[in-house]
Design a protein around this ligand. Structure first.
Ligand SMILES: Nc1ncnc2c1ncn2[C@@H]1O[C@H](COP(=O)(O)OP(=O)(O)O)[C@@H](O)[C@H]1O
Ligand SMILES: O=C(O)[C@H](O)[C@@H](O)[C@H](O)[C@H](O)COP(=O)(O)O
Length: 465
């Protein structure tokens, strides 16, 4: 099951503040906290208490116990302290769950040594601090995490940690290829990506607000990549296209022919849904370079294939496929940890798009929302869509409205997904198909979004951007 709440490992040497910060974070964001020390077998505690550092073999069962705690909390989220000093330890933990975030609490040996002098009632002797720094391998760019200074009072460290957990982050997927993930992937927190050979940069999607788009641009530049000259829009929705104006006209904006038409037709679409949200200075910039079926772009030696899967999430979707790196950016054909959303597209078309995505043989999947994942997300998405199709078939035959069906549906495994309110709009699309209406035919937005708000307790869900 996909993670939809943060799963965080608070890491660092002994005395860096893992327990202090982990507990405080847990209180601030209401996620369960576990103390990693409690997962050591007694022999490890005995060994450390006696002043001998643990070795890799000692740490293995401990890491596995921590991994299984994390694996049990993929739906609810959670925070656990674990020194996770070496890269291979972290890989072991990260391999157990998708989207695991490492928060490295970083301080000088002098500062942490002083704090350990003050700490009472703890088995860990201060003498082991040196060995912990010797073992420590800092986070690298291809790891999902952030390094936070522990200088200053705990409140500041906790606030910086919170900001880091919530902040968008780049994740290197292959040399020159990054995902740009916006936690937690909720409404309007879409992913982006960038591909660069150091000379040319191609950007995939542009975020929902001016300030988020500017942050995305800063992140691209900070990675050493030059300003993008190509921007691909995976579809027309504003959370993927509003930021176009930050990159155009220096960049060509590329998208499917229907994406251009929809961006132009829908204008400031997010302002209509969320009039009180601050989107910043947004000018509508539809793609000025369009294609129909496929288009191949080149970033140095890297081939970037744009593939239109037919009507699926919208009428103008684009899959961005990097065959050499086996990385795929799906746009909103897949949500990781969130409910799929098909009222502007097609249910059968979405299923067909999943088949197409599967056939690519991707190793790494950047979904439209949520943490970076693997092709397992296609199966999870398909299960949800088939669930919607079944509900629609029954409800339609029984003469019930989409809202009635959505209200009484037993969500089962899908209750763990973000945005459960999307079931109402999704059923509207499924009903339209049962009525023989063509894929992508516009549905009455008042009814679709009205029912979604009803299902959400009478209000529109909040825009998180
Ligand atoms: N920001 C901070 N400023 C001052 N003291 C701190 C701070 N963070 C933690 N401490 C203290 O430092 C000691 C080590 O912190 P702790 O949370 O136990 O670290 P760890 O779990 O990483 O071993 C504790 O006595 C704690 O109260
Ligand atoms: O891998 C290790 O060598 C230990 O697990 C160590 O890194 C950890 O920090 C201890 O459990 C001490 O506990 P504190 O970190 O709470 O001091």
């Amino acid at each position: 099951m996909a993670a939809h709440a943060p799963l965080v490992v608070v890491m660092g040497v002994t005395g860096s503040g893992k327990s202090t910060v982990g507990e405080a974070l847990s209180e601030r964001i209401g996620l369960p906290f576990a103390e990693g020390d409690d997962f050591h077998p007694p022999s490890n505690i005995e060994k450390m208490s006696g002043g001998t550092p643990l070795n890799d073999d000692d740490r293995l069962p401990w890491l596995d116990a921590i991994a299984s705690w994390l694996a049990g909390r993929t739906a609810s989220g959670g925070i656990i302290s674990c020194s996770a000093l070496k890269r291979r330890y972290r890989d072991r933990l990260a391999g157990a769950v998708d989207g695991l975030f490492f928060l490295h609490l970083d301080g000088s040996p002098e500062l942490i040594g002083e704090r350990l002098e003050e700490r009472r009632d703890h088995f860990m002797p201060k003498g082991l601090l040196r060995s912990q720094f010797d073992a420590l391998e800092p986070l690298t760019a291809d790891e999902n995490g952030a390094t936070i200074s522990v200088a200053g009072p705990p409140e500041g460290v906790v606030q910086r940690s919170l900001d880091a957990i919530r902040a968008p982050y780049p994740l290197q997927l292959a040399p020159g290829v990054h995902a740009y993930v916006q936690p937690d992937g909720g409404w309007c927190l879409s992913n982006a990506g960038f591909v660069s050979d150091g000379t040319t940069t191609l950007l995939v999607d542009t975020a929902a607000t001016e300030s988020r788009a500017l942050k995305l641009r800063d992140t691209v530049l900070a990675s050493g990549a030059p300003q993008p000259t190509m921007v691909v829009n995976t579809h027309h929705h504003g959370d993927h296209t509003y930021g176009n104006s930050v990159f155009a006209p220096a960049a060509a904006v590329i998208g499917h022919r229907n994406c251009r038409a929809e961006v132009a037709a829908n204008g400031k679409q997010l302002h209509l849904l969320w009039p009180d949200n601050d989107f910043g200075e947004i000018t509508v910039n539809p793609p000025n370079l369009t294609y129909d079926d496929t288009l191949t772009l080149h970033v140095g030696d890297t081939e970037v294939q744009l593939i239109h899967p037919g009507v699926a999430h919208t009428t103008g979707d684009t899959i961005v496929w990097l065959p050499q790196q086996r990385v795929v950016f799906t746009g909103d054909l897949a949500f990781h940890g969130g409910s799929p959303f098909i009222p502007m597209g097609s249910l059968t078309g979405s299923l067909a798009a999943l088949d197409l995505l599967r056939s690519l043989g991707a190793r790494t999947v950047v979904a439209g929302h949520g943490s970076v994942t693997d092709p397992g997300v296609f199966d999870a998405t398909e299960r949800y869509l088939r669930f919607v199709a079944d509900l629609a078939q029954e409800g339609y035959a029984a003469g019930r409205t989409p809202l009635e069906v959505a209200r009484t549906a037993d969500l089962g495994e899908f209750a763990a997904l973000r945005e459960p309110e999307r079931l109402a709009p999704n059923l509207h699309r499924a009903y339209a198909e049962l009525q023989g209406r063509p894929p992508g035919v516009p549905l009455d937005p008042l009814q679709v979004f009205g029912d979604m708000a009803e299902l959400n307790g009478g209000t529109m869900p909040t825009c998180h951007a």
